[in-house]
Ligand binder design. Structure first.
Ligand SMILES: Cc1cc2nc3c(=O)[nH]c(=O)nc-3n(C[C@H](O)[C@H](O)[C@H](O)COP(=O)(O)OP(=O)(O)OC[C@H]3O[C@@H](n4cnc5c(N)ncnc54)[C@H](O)[C@@H]3O)c2cc1C
Length: 594
């Protein structure tokens, strides 16, 4: 038996029977699609992930990217892979037809992305960045910029990047020192250094596009004074024909814990010769444009967490069914008793169900959020606004909470294999190393938590949180009617705890206490993540309970929900109690040298 990278039945259950994504097929924006488009894309992504990408994962990790004489060489297997990847046309399936996409809802495409990522996250960063850079130009570019860049980026003909970080400006993006100076011909000269630039230099495409955050002399300090510029590795004429090299070069790549095949580059702009760029969007509106892309990128990082967690879970599941060790519980005193598969041991079952709860819960969270995003584009008026608010509220969870609990699931998968999980004979040690980064880039977990409590919770008087609470209540009512009273009661308590925690933080903020909320931001994000996933599990369990002829799959959905909700309730209770206790010890403690 081979389980593969993704539970297709669970994906279909979510989009089809729980979320009812087909509602989008009745809208003008997505009306040209039906379930067959989804099946086609998921079938081909799954086949491509297993047959073409997966075999390169360990090889890429061992060979890694190399920096030789100022050039970056990617693992040789990536060249053929990238070519077939481009031929597959996956990069921009959710984008407009004019740019080579088919405008498929994100609520559907994310499941294709997640299986592709699970096959090789280091490789997948490359097309992900092409898409992200293309999206920025699509959102903010002039008609000429769109014509020149978008299709080339969406098709992967040119590589894309995102150039924000500098040595002294990581989380503190507004501290960026890269400058932009206007030239008489209307172009800009960019000068400065950006570090940690993923796929900043490589040998897979003939050109690379750098959207760079920089400050025009005289513009204010902080993020509000930053503008966004497009710099191309090669100078371009109006038709996009490549000319001489521009003044941007790679000064080296990082040697790091994971993601070995994904080059992490130091990029120097304008050192020996001018790095000529053009303004993207309005001057001083760089962060606004970047944020649009970063929201998509944060969902993409959440999908990395899901893709790796699911690949790890399914590998551990398979191993637990195959590996014989120990006897059955009722035979433990009998040395001659037949050995059983470790999946028969309660502790191993507990770990497997922990992982499954995380994976299926994260899938539902990301799927729900992507669906809200689609609805915000497809509907109009207050319905579109409500969907937009909800997707914004949940985005920090899709990145921050997902990357943390996804990492925990990968870690648990290693424990399921025992000492064997520690070995390179199995892919799990690589998955673990590759999973760490999701907690760090696109803003660390701490920064996501600050975004959640500082910007998202209180937006428009807490409208989105109230909407979420109303949706949780509706599911509770439905679950009770379906006979799931005990589970519904637990989720109701969590919903109340979430409200108590949010009110407490808001009260502190209103009274002028900033330290309390800042100390509790990350615990609050976990509290909210556990509550939201419990709600989604309850929703899925209720749907499964209502099926007239339930199968093993439906009974599993209820068991998984029971396990997740019972565990999460304890965590949420404890976190709420701690949160309202206002522990200030971290501020009172002295860290020598501070
Ligand atoms: C492999 C890799 C790939 C990357 N790819 C890219 C890329 O393509 N493009 C790009 O621009 N960047 C990229 N980055 C950079 C990444 O986004 C930053 O590393 C990240 O945002 C954190 O910045 P930092 O490393 O400087 O950490 P710091 O900002 O120094 O943070 C250190 C710690 O302090 C905490 N902290 C900092 N400020 C605050 C605060 N105000 N409140 C509370 N806590 C705070 C953080 O949460 C963190 O725990 C990449 C990084 C890596 C490692």
């Amino acid at each position: 038996m081979s389980l593969g990278l993704q539970d297709r039945r669970d994906v279909e259950f979510l989009v089809n029977e729980v979320l009812h994504v087909e509602r989008l097929f009745d809208t003008e924006r997505f009306g040209h699609h039906d379930w067959s488009s989804f099946e086609l894309i998921l079938d081909s992504a799954t086949k491509f992930a297993h047959e073409e990408i997966l075999p390169t994962n360990s090889l890429g990790d061992r060979e890694g990217a190399k920096f030789i004489n100022g050039e970056v060489h990617t693992p040789p297997v990536f060249k053929r892979l990238y070519k077939s990847w481009r031929e597959g046309g996956f990069i921009a399936v959710s984008e407009d037809e004019q740019y080579g996409g088919i405008q498929l809802p994100k609520a559907l495409t994310i499941h294709a992305v997640s299986v592709l990522i699970g096959a090789n996250v280091a490789f997948f960063n490359m097309p992900g960045l092409c898409h992200g850079a293309g999206e920025m130009v699509e959102v903010a570019g002039t008609p000429a910029q769109k014509k020149l860049f978008v299709t080339k980026l969406f098709s992967g003909e040119w590589g894309g990047t995102m150039c924000i970080t500098e040595p002294h400006a990581g989380s503190d993006v507004g501290a960026a020192r890269t400058t932009a100076t206007l030239q008489p011909d209307g172009t800009w000269h960019i000068k400065g250094q950006k570090i940690f630039i993923t796929w900043g230099e490589h040998d897979l495409t003939e050109n690379i596009v750098y959207p760079v955050l920089a400050r025009v002399e005289g513009d204010p300090a902080g993020t509000g004074g930053l503008s966004l510029f497009l710099v191309s590795k090669h100078k371009l004429d109006a038709s996009g024909k490549l000319g001489a090299r521009n003044g941007v070069k790679c000064a080296g790549i990082e040697h790091k814990l994971g993601l070995h095949a994904s080059p992490t580059c130091t990029m120097v702009f304008g050192e020996d010769e001018p790095a000529v760029g053009e303004l993207l969007g309005e001057q001083r509106a760089g962060m606004k444009v970047m944020f649009k892309m970063m929201n998509t990128a944060r969902i993409a990082v959440g999908l990395q967490a899901l893709g790796l967690a699911e690949a790890a879970y399914r590998y551990a599941h398979q191993y637990a069914v195959d590996r014989l060790q120990g006897s059955a519980m009722d035979q433990f005193k009998n040395p001659d008793a037949p050995r059983v598969a470790i999946v028969k041991h309660p502790d191993v079952r507990r770990m497997l169900l922990d992982m499954r709860g995380t994976v299926e819960g994260l899938r539902a969270l990301l799927g729900f959020c992507a669906f809200q995003f689609d609805l915000s584009k497809a509907l109009t008026g207050s319905e579109a606004e409500a969907a937009d608010e909800l997707s914004q509220l949940l985005t920090p969870l899709c990145k921050g909470y997902a990357s943390e609990v996804g990492f925990d699931a990968v870690s648990t998968s290693i424990t399921v294999l025992g000492g064997h999980g520690f070995l390179r004979d199995h892919p799990l040690e690589q998955y673990l190393r590759d999973a760490v980064i999701a907690r760090l880039y696109e803003g660390t977990t701490g920064i996501q938590s600050l975004d959640l409590i500082g910007r998202k919770l209180g937006r428009r008087g807490g409208l989105a949180l109230m909407d979420l609470s109303g949706r949780i209540e509706a599911t509770i009512v439905e679950a009770r009617a379906a006979g799931l009273e005990a589970l519904a009661d637990r989720v109701a308590k969590m919903r109340d705890d979430l409200a108590e925690g949010a009110m407490h933080l808001a009260g502190k903020g209103l009274s002028g206490d900033l330290v309390g909320p800042l100390l509790q931001a990350t615990p609050f994000m976990f509290l909210m993540g556990d509550t939201v996933l419990s709600w989604l599990h309850l929703w899925m369990a209720t749907t499964a309970t209502k099926v007239s002829e339930p199968t093993v799959f439906h009974r599993n959905k209820v068991a998984t929900a029971r396990h997740f909700i019972v565990q999460a309730e304890g965590r949420v209770r404890a976190r709420t109690a701690t949160l309202v206790n206002d522990d200030r010890a971290p501020m009172d403690a002295v860290f020598e040298g501070e």
